[in-house]
Design a protein around this ligand. Sequence first.
Ligand SMILES: Cc1cc2nc3c(=O)[nH]c(=O)nc-3n(C[C@H](O)[C@H](O)[C@H](O)COP(=O)(O)O)c2cc1C
Length: 344
Amino acid sequence: MPSLTDPWKLAHLDVPNRVMLAPLAGIGTWFVRLQAKRYGAGMAVSEMVSSFAIHHGNEKTHQELLRVHPDEATAGPGGVWSPTALQLFGQDPDVMRSAAAFVGEHVPGVDIIDLNMGCPVPKVCKTGAGAALIKDPDTAVAVARAAREGSGLPVTVKLRSGQKPGDTDGYALAHRLVDEAGVAAIAFHPRSAAVQHKGVPDYDLAARLVQSLGAPVILTGGLRTPAEIVRAYEHTGVEAVMLARGILGNPWLFGQLLGLRDMLDAPSATEVLDELDWTIDRCVEHLGPERAGRYLRKCYPWYVDRLALEPAVAKRVQAALQQTEDVAGARAVLAPLRPLAAAA
Ligand SMILES: Cc1cc2nc3c(=O)[nH]c(=O)nc-3n(C[C@H](O)[C@H](O)[C@H](O)COP(=O)(O)O)c2cc1C
């Protein structure tokens, strides 16, 4: 069985290792992908982007969500090249073809189109997109074919086991997507849409998919600690693992899995504060200081939780950060933690 550090092929692309960043809506911007790559991720997927918004020329989508940083491809250790995937969602094959063609032609740095057929959010599913496509396999196949033909890029699909616990329609659809639409790999989240992100993923079903699918399977779901992830990788025999909630404020997890850092070596408080500083700077670069100030409020808890502060101090810092209006305010809250971190 290959090691997580071994390269693999996704269509014609050389992926340098088997640990990837999952798509995360409202989170997976260019700087979160860049961060993942800096810490070793062999591939990174963007947050989901509406095919309709691209097709209709939505300005915010084009300026913010289609932004790929020129350093993303070679930000990994040793400057080794690694692919970036852009995730699209939508249920209309013609709109998907048009959006994928736009990305293929006008967004340099995108190597793969990933399609979202797993999002359980009602706002997305009621349009027939996301996990609703699992119930409509003919449309799902048409959407995937349109994305491949439109973009000229390899297409992957991320999907779930089914709608309800025990359903396996997602397993069946994965085969059709590969056999009939030429999908290059399947990212499989073996939880039903009904449980959203809760519960234990069905890794046995993922192992069965690996055995029967004529394309690589990437595993996502429940992958938090190095030991858990290695166990799931070995149990399922998947080609690669895709990390989601486990890396929020914890990009060191990539390095721990890839032998760049000891598995038991948690980041020091100074490393955590340095990484939060880096994130603040990049977010300002992306959104400007004012919007970054508001946007970053969701990110602060991930990092502050890792500082091992006394509970009362942690509570006060978290509350103060949520009150900040701009990044200068956040930096003022964080500055007094530096001496504590250095002394730890
Ligand atoms: C905040 C959040 C946003 C997510 N956004 C997306 C998304 O845009 N596209 C997608 O395919 N999956 C999305 N997911 C699902 C994750 O990619 C991943 O499959 C899921 O969280 C299971 O992995 P985990 O249990 O290790 O977190 C999201 C999950 C979370 C928690």
